[in-house]
Write a protein that binds this ligand. Structure first.
Ligand code: P6P
Length: 315
């Protein structure tokens, strides 16, 4: 079985870039051990609790951010950390060649009910500055803390999947992940239907119509409520994830964050043969205006994304 270290050597001759992925993988492995026993330690996804010792409870979001920060600030290849948990970017003293943008614990509201959560990361060259289009990414990945702990990462081309073994080592389980071109599964929070635009409504109604509608195939719906959980399912067996702009999120630009949720996930999905769009343009082509900018996110199996794009093209 190929190890992460062996895979990295084959993927890039840039040892500094490889070390950034190694640092994020190490942070993920450490977080897996924390999350696995969090309920016993009296830790949940919510701040304000006191743990079994009656100590002030740090939210696991903050703990996760601290773990990522610890692993990156000791890596000379990293110059800046952008994190969902930090209002401002953290500029490290060294002049590392790379910037890391991360959501240290995406979906943390699911921790109380033991549903898959994840750590998402995006790697950019420091020379390009904090606000670069997603297409400029040089690496991206996520750790999914589920029944197994999975690391999904892309550097040069292929998207590879690793599983954390019982020795704490990452073992490759999929050399080149491929998002199936077609799918009969869509992921959207249907409770938001009253806020949807015509394109989203049209696509979902077509899908729900199944064999009786223009799609002429049966669909199923899945919504984990944790982006990493939904995206991993789509990466492994196809589907489409939609968090579109709607009448409630339009003032904020969307729900999900561009730099450390939409861009890394879009780069991974496209690297595995899928597509991504905001509905109006490719996610990876969005010109960032701020480190916590939000965007609409539609990504997954190419055929399904094209159907959504066709609805948007109708205007
Ligand atoms: P909703 C989790 O809070 C998150 O940011 C993503 O991980 C997830 O896909 C989405 O929000 C869930 O949103 O509106 O269904 O709670």
């Amino acid at each position: 079985m190929t190890s992460l270290a062996q895979w990295l050597v084959a993927q890039t001759d840039d040892a500094a870039l490889a070390s950034v992925v190694t640092s994020m993988a190490a942070a993920g492995a450490e977080l897996a051990t924390v999350l696995r026993v969090a309920p016993i330690a009296g830790q949940t996804g919510l701040a304000g609790h006191t743990n079994v010792q009656g100590e002030a409870q740090k939210a696991l979001d903050v703990i996760s951010n601290d773990v990522v920060l610890k692993h990156l600030q000791t890596n000379d290849a990293v110059s800046v950390l952008i994190s969902e948990e930090l209002d401002e970017a953290v500029h490290f003293e060294n002049q590392g060649a790379f910037i890391v943008a991360t959501d240290p614990l995406d979906g943390s509201s699911n921790l109380d009910v033991n549903v898959t959560v994840g750590t998402i990361f995006s790697v950019l060259k420091s020379a390009g500055g904090l606000l670069q289009k997603g297409r400029a990414q040089v690496a991206a990945g996520y750790v999914a803390y589920g029944p197994a702990t999975s690391l999904v990462v892309r550097i040069a081309g292929a998207v590879s999947v690793f599983t954390l073994d019982d020795r704490g080592e990452w073992v490759q389980v999929v050399a080149e992940a491929k998002v199936p071109e077609t799918s009969g599964e869509f992921a959207i929070n249907t409770a938001r239907e009253r806020f949807w635009d015509a394109a989203t409504l049209g696509y979902v109604k077509e899908s729900v119509a199944g064999e009786t509608g223009p799609a002429r195939k049966r669909y199923n719906m899945r919504w984990v409520g944790s982006m990493v959980g939904d995206i991993h399912r789509i990466l492994m067996r196809g589907g489409i994830f939609l968090y579109p702009l709607d009448s409630e999120t339009t003032g904020k630009g969307g729900r999900l964050r561009l730099l450390y949720e939409a861009n890394p996930m879009a780069w991974l999905i496209e690297g595995a043969g899928g597509l991504s769009t905001t509905g109006r343009q490719g996610i990876l082509d969005v010109e960032p205006t701020g480190i916590h900018q939000r965007v609409p996110v539609i990504l997954g199996s190419a055929e399904e994304v094209r159907r959504v794009e066709a609805w948007y093209a109708k205007g």
